[in-house]
Design a protein around this ligand. Structure first.
Ligand code: FMN
Length: 419
């Protein structure tokens, strides 16, 4: 039995006993249910985008403009939805996109997503803005493929430390996110005057880092009225534990100089707007892992990526969270795929809400796709089970879409499948 049919059968069978899915299958119903479940601030942070949110809208409308043209009578009984990426065979073209501050959606945060990823065999991209230290997420992933997403910090020592830790936790690639060297103009968050990082949420990778601990110690020891504290690594680990167990309550409960110094240090080192293409050589010297650039939208940048010897590209506009009024991400894909010409894998995200959307992205040249908000909505509704069900449903619909359009392998999904 095929994956798509198996999932359908499971859902309809439960229906015979009066059970309907706890996590809605319809993307719109999923979003509406998550909105009802999540706090105002969490909803704003997760669902919100930059400015008037025209880019997020364009992500959807651009995907909807492409239409699939199915083919018939091609023997689609046996299908393989798998893709090959950096030497690993993946069961489907889906990955869990790096999403920070997951504690806003669910207390188990990254650990719940890791459990979902493990059960599905679907890779997870661990975020630098994680709510759980990457070492713990890696344990929860067991043998599942994990990549590490790097926000390149202002401090080189910290950057090197994060990459070292990612290697030690078995990351199969380093994803450098390029579109967020500064936070976008996020109107919903601004109107609530609410930013998670200022509350020590989503900074577990930093709080658990030995180099970060030194930076905090240095800042805390600078002369000021109330800062005689010199935190060691253990103290910072404890703080990370507190932050994790009491999402949101960390700073309210602790007003001592230490967490304040930690948050201030984070705000100091988070961004690196001075980053240029030349810095990639520095990273190349420090890791032999594949380097994947996330957030490219211009074919010339794809050409520069090739010139600088990177191993993969993710065409993405961060789900519309960074620049308002930018092109729909899928409209950037064909030009970049053409420029890359198959030399390195091109991946895609921003706006994927269905198996059919993923099919379109593959037809336009993507090897695989990352999913962001939808699994966060599942996480908010039902923890690990919810995140797993959302991606399982995407995989099922993708499988059925392949069958119903006359494709038996992902490499059969070519440009002529679309109009
Ligand atoms: N991208 C990163 O590279 N690092 C992050 O820490 C990160 N955090 C995110 C947090 C939230 C709440 C959301 C919605 C997205 C985040 N992203 C981050 C972007 C996603 O990786 C991905 O590009 C985007 O969500 C894809 O668009 P979609 O949500 O429409 O699927």
């Amino acid at each position: 039995e095929s994956f798509g049919r198996a999932v359908q059968a499971q859902i309809y069978r439960a229906g015979l006993f009066g059970r309907t899915p706890r996590v809605p299958v319809s993307p719109d119903a999923l979003e509406a249910a998550a909105r009802r479940r999540m706090s105002r601030t969490a909803w704003a942070y997760v669902a919100g985008s930059a400015g008037r949110e025209r880019t997020a809208h364009a992500n959807r409308s651009a995907l909807d403009r492409w239409e699939i043209v199915p083919r018939m009578l091609r023997d689609v009984e046996d299908r393989d939805t798998g893709v090959e990426l950096f030497g690993a065979r993946l069961p489907s073209p889906f990955l869990f996109a790096p999403v920070g501050v997951l504690e806003m959606a669910h207390q188990e945060a990254d650990l719940a997503v890791a459990a979902a990823a493990r059960e599905l065999g679907v890779p997870m991209v661990i975020s630098t803005q994680g709510s759980v230290p990457m070492e713990e997420t890696a344990v929860a992933l067991a043998e599942t493929v994990r990549w590490y997403q790097l926000y390149w910090p202002g401090d080189d020592g910290l950057a090197a430390s994060l990459v070292r830790r990612a290697e030690a936790t078995g990351a199969a690639a380093i994803v450098v996110t390029l579109d967020t060297d500064l936070l976008g103009w996020r109107t919903r968050d601004l109107d609530l005057a609410w930013l998670p990082f200022g509350r020590a949420m989503g900074i577990a990778q930093y709080l658990s880092d030995p180099v970060f601990a030194e930076l905090v110690a240095e800042r805390a020891s600078r002369p000021r009225q109330d800062a005689p504290v010199k935190p060691g690594l253990a103290a910072l680990k404890t703080l990370a534990g507190i932050a994790r167990r009491y999402p949101g309550g960390f700073l309210r409960n602790l007003t001592s100089p230490l967490p304040r110094a930690a948050v201030e240090t984070f705000l100091d080192v988070f961004s690196r707007p001075a980053l240029t293409w030349e810095h990639l050589a520095w990273l190349r010297e420090r890791t032999s892992l594949p380097i994947v650039l996330k957030g490219l939208q211009h074919p010339d940048d794809a050409a520069l990526a090739l010139d600088h010897g990177v191993d993969g590209i993710i065409v993405s506009n961060h789900g519309g969270r960074q620049v308002d009024g930018a092109i729909g991400a899928i409209d950037a894909l064909p030009g970049i795929a053409e420029r890359v010409g198959g030399r390195i894998p091109v991946l895609f995200d921003s706006g994927i809400r269905s198996g059919a959307d993923a099919f379109k992205a593959l037809a336009l040249g993507a090897r695989a796709v990352l999913v962001g908000r939808p699994y966060v909505y599942g996480l908010a509704l039902a923890g690990a089970d919810g995140a797993r069900e959302v991606v399982r449903n995407l995989m099922a619909e993708f499988d059925l879409t392949m069958a119903l359009t006359g494709r038996t392998t992902t490499s059969d999904i070519t440009r002529d499948a679309l109009r």
